[in-house]
Design a protein around this ligand. Structure first.
Ligand code: ATP
Ligand code: MG
Length: 332
């Protein structure tokens, strides 16, 4: 079937005084109707940049230097500013990483949501307020009418996160992009927000691009997962498959660095993401990879399908060695 979103070979750079930061390089992904794709990877791997680029929300010094983005068969990079505005509110909703920058502190929650509703739907003020109460109810805020009259600072962090979701849902998007939707919340609140997202996805058949460094979150609600490192997607496939049998040394390392429960010690990946202004030949992960040999430091590394499965891809020349001898958390 036809993808809601297809990104092909997308590259993004940020211009700085010290040269161009190549934050996203030749990333390809697709999302089918009703599907949730998770993107995971450590801090600085380009997850937010990818999300911002899809909606052309990049900061002033950011620039798309290659590739294509198709939403529902239309090229996002060729849209006029009017068409882009329509797309951003009506069809793709984006909940950015920092809730503080996305809520207006001097406007009530209800007015903010109603404004979004009225920007995209031809409805009266009172109809917009009715729809506002409905979405506040949908995101399980305790008392929609009271909450609508409150200012953001009168709400808790978890409630603010729900308001952001309510704003995103107010226009019934076909695609929802969530950037770290639970970061900074306590574990219980995190779990509630995740359940809520899960329910909303089920009920509405919305497609979701879910960005997080938290693999547990991905495991809970994503059908497929893409593992990102230093601007590239290192492995992509069905979530259960990638988590059960990770083939890329970076994926293995990420999984081994999670708290593992009884008798196992977490094992962080040594080193850090290198300088994104000068990308070395070969594999971007080679310097941190215990499987790397000279062949890994030459040319460009192609994605290969794992065991002939066309939907499980890994960007590694030595994945078979990694599978035969996987990186695992140490037993104590
Ligand atoms: P996190 O998990 O911390 O949110 P991320 O995966 O979302 O990280 P990005 O925010 O996309 O990562 O950043 C990718 C790279 O681009 C980083 O090296 C970052 O420092 C750099 N970067 C981001 N925004 C800019 C900017 N406006 N100018 C220059 N460099 C930037
Ligand atoms: Mg980010």
């Amino acid at each position: 079937d036809r993808s809601v979103l297809s990104v092909d070979d997308l590259s993004v750079e940020y211009r700085t005084d010290d040269g161009a930061v190549k934050a996203v390089r030749e990333v390809s992904l697709h999302i089918e109707p009703g599907e949730t794709l998770g993107i995971a990877g450590e801090s600085g791997s380009g997850k937010s940049t990818l999300a911002l680029a899809i909606l052309r929300y990049l900061e002033g010094n950011g620039r798309i230097t290659g590739g294509t983005i198709e939403y529902d068969g239309r090229s996002v990079l060729d849209l006029s500013s009017r068409e882009l505005k329509e797309l951003r509110g009506n069809e793709i909703a984006h909940v950015p990483q920092d809730p503080n920058t996305s809520l207006n502190p001097s406007m009530t929650v209800g007015d903010q949501i109603a404004e979004v509703v009225r920007t995209h739907r031809d409805v009266s003020r009172s109809e917009a307020m009715e729809q506002t109460y409905e979405v506040l109810h949908e995101v399980n805020l305790p008392d929609p009418e009271t909450n609508a009259s409150q200012y953001p600072h009168e709400l808790s962090g978890g409630q603010q996160q729900r308001v952001l979701l309510a704003i995103a849902l107010a226009c019934q998007p076909q695609l929802l992009i969530l950037d770290e939707p639970t970061t900074g919340l306590d574990v219980t609140t995190q779990a509630k927000i995740l359940d809520l997202i899960d329910d909303l996805i089920e009920e509405r058949d919305t497609s979701v691009l879910l960005i997080t460094h938290n693999l547990g979150v991905i495991n809970q609600i994503s059908d497929r997962v893409g593992i990102m490192y230093a601007g590239e997607i290192m492995e992509v496939g069905a979530t259960d498959e990638v988590f059960r049998s990770p083939t890329n040394p970076y994926t293995q390392g990420l999984l081994a660095s999670l708290p593992q429960g009884e008798g196992r010690r977490l094992k962080p990946i040594p080193g850090q993401i290198g300088d994104l202004r000068t990308i070395p030949d070969g594999c971007v992960f080679a310097d941190r990879c215990e499987f790397a040999t000279d062949e890994c430091r030459e040319g460009s590394i192609e994605k290969v399908s794992v065991d002939g499965n066309p939907s499980h891809l890994t960007r590694c020349r030595r994945w078979e060695h990694a599978v035969a001898n996987p990186i695992q958390a140490d037993t104590q």
